[in-house]
Design a protein around this ligand. Structure first.
Ligand code: UDP
Length: 321
């Protein structure tokens, strides 16, 4: 019998790619999404495929979640407040969605002993300066007066809760800390830098580098990310552990702007925008963010296949189309 997987947030950018991947592998996929940041268009092409179903509702609807959990062997919990911009603008929504959502999912999963993959984030490494980040590193967050850190703190609570369910009730849980994921269907609306830069370059608008552009990130293609999620789902040894999922190809944001400009053949100027203007007064950015991916490679053999130029070309092609 094929695996039945429930994807919360399945109409989102990562969720919709995962749904497609798991269907391709012969699994049955149910999507639960309230379309707050997800889009029905992301999954419209899956409707009618054997084994695919969806429910448009919130993960806080206990009745719907209970029914879907009862019909699932595994739940991939991706539904969450997404994007630094959204987090800074809507802190109450972020904290409530992330904490109450994970709690609801874990409770429902425990009722039917469904395996849970909980999506966490590289944000939990906060202001750590010892790169690359390893899963067992200490974390350093900024003060509670800076809303940005609410995202990391809420995801840390989710991680603690998931690991507690594993320890106390033997619930099979796997935690993934996703590093900057990019690819087709990601919108720049919630602040994500790659789709923003590509849109700006294609439109001939200024490419807006926040701060001095010396901050760096590693961008992972969404198809690599969903391959990692599937590999972890299928690996018994992964249960009870935390995994970084990301690329290790580091690039500064200024270099990223230059590459996007070059690959699009754009005449857009590159401009520098102070952080307090881009986000809010007192905004704190992370200077470097690089994952150590030794653990996931050791357990599943996974490593990313796409390099940055290929990733950018895919995003450019998608936004042009
Ligand atoms: N950024 C930028 N210009 C933009 C959007 C983002 O320079 O128009 C920067 C942002 O300040 C951060 C990096 O790009 O240093 C990555 O931002 P994103 O929101 O994509 O992800 P984050 O790593 O902050 O979660």
């Amino acid at each position: 019998m094929s695996q039945r997987v429930l994807i919360t947030g399945g109409a989102g950018f990562i969720g919709s790619h995962l749904a497609e991947k798991l269907l391709d592998s012969g699994m049955q996929v149910a999507v639960l999404d309230d379309l707050s940041t997800g889009r029905f268009e992301n999954i419209a092409h899956l409707v009618g495929r054997p084994g695919f179903s969806f429910a448009i509702d919130s993960i806080t609807n206990a009745i719907v979640l209970d029914r879907l959990a009862s019909e699932s062997d595994a739940i991939v919990h991706l539904a969450a407040a997404v994007g630094v911009k959204l987090v800074v603008e809507k802190p109450v929504h972020t904290i409530e969605t992330n904490i109450m959502g994970a709690e609801a999912v874990l409770k429902a999963a425990a009722r039917y002993r469904a395996k849970v993959i909980l999506a966490s984030t590289s944000e939990v490494y906060g202001k750590g300066v010892r790169v690359p980040f390893r899963e067992d590193d200490d974390v350093v967050l900024g003060p509670t007066s800076r809303h940005r850190w609410a995202y990391a703190a809420s995801k840390m609570v989710d991680e603690f809760l998931a690991l507690a369910y594993h320890q106390k009730y033997d619930l099979p849980v796997i935690i993934v800390r996703l590093f900057n994921t990019v690819g087709p269907r990601q919108t720049g609306r919630y602040g994500m830098v790659v789709p923003r830069f590509v849109r700006q370059a294609l439109a001939g608008d200024p490419i807006t580098v926040y701060g001095d552009g010396s901050q760096s990130r590693c961008f992972c293609d969404v198809s690599d990310t969903v391959r990692a999620l599937e590999a972890l789902l299928m690996t018994e040894e992964a249960v009870g552990q935390v995994f970084n999922v990301g690329s290790t190809e580091e690039v500064t944001i200024l270099e990223l702007a230059k590459r996007v400009k070059k690959l699009t053949g754009s005449t857009s100027p590159i401009t520098f925008v102070p952080y307090e203007q881009a986000y809010a007064p007192g905004f704190e950015d992370m200077q470097r963010r690089v994952p150590d991916t030794t653990r996931i490679r050791a357990v599943t053999g996974w490593q990313p296949q796409y390099d940055l130029d290929t990733i950018l070309k895919r995003v450019i092609a998608w936004l042009q189309a």
